[in-house]
Design a binder for this molecule. Structure first.
Ligand code: NAD
Ligand code: DAU
Length: 332
């Protein structure tokens, strides 16, 4: 039984991870989350309060982080500014949370000796051509494109430096695009599902040829638990579930699952610097640590995600109008 400190546990993947930990282990969890626009306490509703404590606070607050750290066996670091489109509009919060926040946690684990698992993204590797037979591996050179991905790349490099120079007990994982419940409506899949549910047309950037490698958030959670249990200190593990799809295919599938015509979407202004394709080779995680994904049927996972958004309008509706106004101002 471990005592976990989970940063960003009120966000999309962090809350899915907390549900997974409380549902599959005897561990206890402290969530440290500042409840930015992306955090939502309702995502933790219904969980066992004897095993879950919530602390509202900022990971850049060194005093708070220093107080919390020694009470735990490990910190799982999800907290981040996570949206590429926001990073193109206003990069500064990405530097504060993703760089200074990670630095603050590293200094705290350096002092306390607590194990750190750092959650990162495949976007640190840049993008691939559509017909490139290679996928990203742990040895692919870093080549980030956006303010978001460059700050995540910077945070990964800080973790590696603190492991080598100070002996910090840390691991890193870089995962592909997640889908599932509790994802903010600013992101691609929830935006298109909630548009279609409200009778508005999904919005595809450009021609929709860009490819993302989809993984269910529960599979991301099980992979992180596996790395916490069996991962080697100092190592990086790529997490992916062989889920490559282009954006047009995803929109057409959402429309089909909702019984709407396949062409009932709008093509809108493309994202600046838009990465073409991500693809993960997760052989190391599978062969060295024995992890396998459970959600192998994307259509079934997407149908369940649509059901969740249909059943939980009260969770997403308060954010929807503001998000659409932000996009509309950019022609998206
Ligand atoms: P999210 O935006 O849904 O949630 C981020 C959470 O962090 C929110 O609850 C927010 O309140 C909190 N937070 C932000 N700044 C904070 C600060 N300074 N102090 C404390 N809390 C703060 O993000 P997500 O999509 O769940 O992503 C979680 C992590 O996973 C990020 O590190 C992201 O880079 C990584 N990741 C995401 C994906 C994906 O597909 N979404 C894929 C791979 C990796
Ligand atoms: O690859 C992992 C990354 O996946 C994570 O590190 C990020 O935190 C996460 O947000 C995600 O980044 P993307 O930029 O790939 O995700 P997003 O949901 O913003 O967009 C997915 C694709 O859909 C991308 O090609 C842009 C496109 N898109 C997005 C929106 C919001 C559209 O076509 N229309 C839209 O309305």
């Amino acid at each position: 039984m471990a005592k976990l400190l989970v940063t960003g546990g009120a966000g999309f993947i962090g809350s899915n991870f907390v549900h997974h930990v409380l549902g599959t282990t005897d561990d206890t969890v402290t969530v440290l989350d500042k409840l930015s626009y992306a955090g939502n306490l309702a995502s933790l509703d219904g969980l066992d309060e004897r095993r879950l404590r919530f602390v509202r606070g900022d990971i850049t607050d060194a005093e708070l982080v220093g107080e919390l750290m020694p009470e735990h066996d490990a910190v799982v670091h999800f907290a981040a500014e996570s949206h590429n489109d926001n990073s193109l509009h206003d990069p500064r919060p990405f530097l504060d949370t993703n760089i200074i926040g990670t630095y603050t946690l590293l200094e705290a684990v350096r002092r306390s000796g607590v194990r750190l698992h750092h959650i990162s993204t495949d976007e640190v590797y840049g993008d691939l051509e559509l017909d490139d037979p290679q996928r990203f591996t742990e040895t692919t050179p870093y080549n980030p494109s956006s303010p978001y991905s460059s700050t995540k790349a910077g945070s990964d490099l800080l973790v590696r430096a603190w492991v080598r120079s100070f002996g910090v007990q840390a691991t890193i994982s870089n995962c592909s695009n997640n889908y599932g419940p509790f994802q903010h409506v600013e992101k691609f899949i929830p935006r298109q599902i909630t548009n279609a549910l409200r009778g508005e047309r999904p919005k595809l950037y450009g021609a929709g040829a860009n490819v993302r490698d989809w993984i269910h958030a529960t599979d991301h959670s099980s992979a992180v638990l596996t790395i916490l249990e069996k991962g080697a200190i100092g190592e990086t593990y790529l997490i992916g579930a062989d889920g490559e799809k282009n954006n047009r295919e995803v929109v057409e599938l959402i429309l089909a699952l909702l019984g709407q015509p396949a062409d009932a979407y709008d093509s809108v202004t493309d994202r600046a610097g838009h990465d073409l394709r991500y693809a993960i080779d997760s052989t190391k995680l599978r062969t060295e640590l024995g992890w396998e994904p459970e959600f192998r049927d994307f259509e079934a996972g997407l149908a369940a995600t649509i059901d969740w958004y249909r059943d939980n309008e009260a969770w997403w509706a308060p954010a929807k109008d503001g998000v659409e106004a932000f996009y509309a101002a950019k022609g998206q």
